[in-house]
Every structure is written in C-alpha cells, then in structure tokens.
Write a protein that binds this ligand. Structure first.
Ligand code: SF4
Length: 229
C-alpha cells in the first residue's frame, strides 16, 4: 500500500489553515434541522437557509407555529427556498405533527437509548437516510458518529486511493471508516472533520473538475500524484 504523505488529522490542519475554522450554517437541534432540510429544494445550504429565514420571519419554526398555519400560507412562505413549496409545506406539517404527537413536542429529548433505535426513529422522517441521520446524531450532540458530508465523500477516496467509487453508499462507508480510524470519537473533532471536508469538496475538490493546482493538500493526494506526467 502507498505510504501516505500525511495523516488525516494533518490533512484537516492544512484545510483549516486554508479555509479557517468552520461553523455549521444550519440549525443543530434535531427538530430544527429536519425543518431546515425541507425549507429548500433542491436542498442546498443556500436554498434551505433562504426558506428557513422566511419561515422564521413570517410564521415561526415551532411545531405549533407550523401546525397553526394554513397549507397555502406555509407554501407561500417557503417559496424563497426554491421548487415544490407545496410539497415541502406538507412535509413540514407532517414533521411538526409527528414531533408534537409522538415526542411531546421535544424531539431532542425523545432521541435517547441505543443508537440503532435512535437512528431508526430518525429514518422514519421524510428525506432522512443514513447520511442525514449521521449528521443529526453528530451535530445534535447525540452520538459522535463519523458523519460524512454528501459533497465530500469523494475527497478522501481521491486523496487516499486516487479513485472515486461509482456507488455512493460504498464511497460513504469508506470515507466514514477513514474518519473513524483517525479522528477522535469526540463531537468537536468529528464536526470539524465534517465541516472541513464539506468546504473542501464544495470549493476546491469539486466532484467535477477539481482545482488541483490550487489545492492545499495536493502534496499528500494520490489522485494528484497519479495525474502527473
Ligand atoms: S489535489 Fe485535487 S483531487 Fe487531490 S484533494 Fe486536492 S483538489 Fe482533490
């Protein structure tokens, strides 16, 4: 196996030197994250934040606010978040109703017990699969799992193996295993890894046309080495 030029922690240090310390731009409370996630479509930080800001300003985000609003009013308020506001309004009311009825209005307190049970509960909410559940578990300070940003799963695969997987699930699990092996099982360390890989995947190590010539970690990247003549 090719010897790595630097560890994952060293790589994260280099990314942090380039991008600075990162903070999540989404609400970290599990219920609020679920609402934020459906405030935009196609879901992106920008679209979800636009819809979320409009919802906060016009209606409020608590279950009672969302359930008291009419469907048409909610859909109108979600329009700044992009497409299909009617469907997103329905999803918000579904989430708010479930949190009110099944969790007594407090999803965070209801997410206790074995991780498999908590993960299963999260995955019953619309649009939440394993990567979304991991993100909620980590940023909601429930379990310090090795969550991987959806736009960063290819980053470690390129750096470590000079390749990309066609299967998203395989690539996700490999990136997750790399984080589990090298990043301490602590909330701050794993949130930091998530946020830096996300920023790098968004800005320089883009899925299409990575900007390798401008990359702060090219010296330790197998993909970059393999491209050189
Ligand atoms: S050198 Fe290129 S492929 Fe490697 S991490 Fe940087 S941008 Fe990504």
């Amino acid at each position: 196996m090719r010897k790595r030029a630097f560890t994952l922690l060293k790589l994260l240090d280099k990314l942090e030197s380039r991008y600075g310390a990162q903070d999540p731009c989404w609400p970290t409370d599990p219920y609020e994250f679920l609402i934020w996630w459906h405030c935009g479509y196609p879901a992106s930080d920008f679209a979800c934040t636009k819809g979320w800001e409009s919802l906060n300003r016009e209606i409020g985000t608590a279950p009672r606010h969302i359930l008291d609003a009419s469907h048409s009013r909610l859909a109108d308020v979600l329009k700044p978040g992009g497409m299909i506001p009617e469907l997103r309004a329905m999803r918000l009311q579904e989430i708010a109703a479930r949190v009110k009825d099944e969790f007594g209005g407090d999803l965070r307190s209801g997410l206790s017990g074995p991780i498999a049970k908590v993960r299963k509960a999260l995955k019953t909410f619309p649009g939440i699969a394993d990567p979304g559940a991991d993100r909620i578990l980590l940023f909601g300070s429930i379990v310090p799992v090795a969550a991987v940003p959806s736009n960063g799963t290819h980053v470690l695969e390129r750096i470590h193996h000079a390749r990309e997987r066609e299967n998203y699930g395989v690539q996700y699990r490999e990136a997750q295993a790399a984080i589990e092996a090298e990043v301490p099982e602590k909330f701050d360390a794993r949130c930091r890894a998530y946020l830096l890989l996300k920023r790098h995947g968004q800005e320089i190590c883009k899925r299409a046309k990575p900007k390798c010539a401008d990359c702060p970690v090219s010296g330790g990247c197998a993909f970059f080495t393999a491209q050189r003549p």
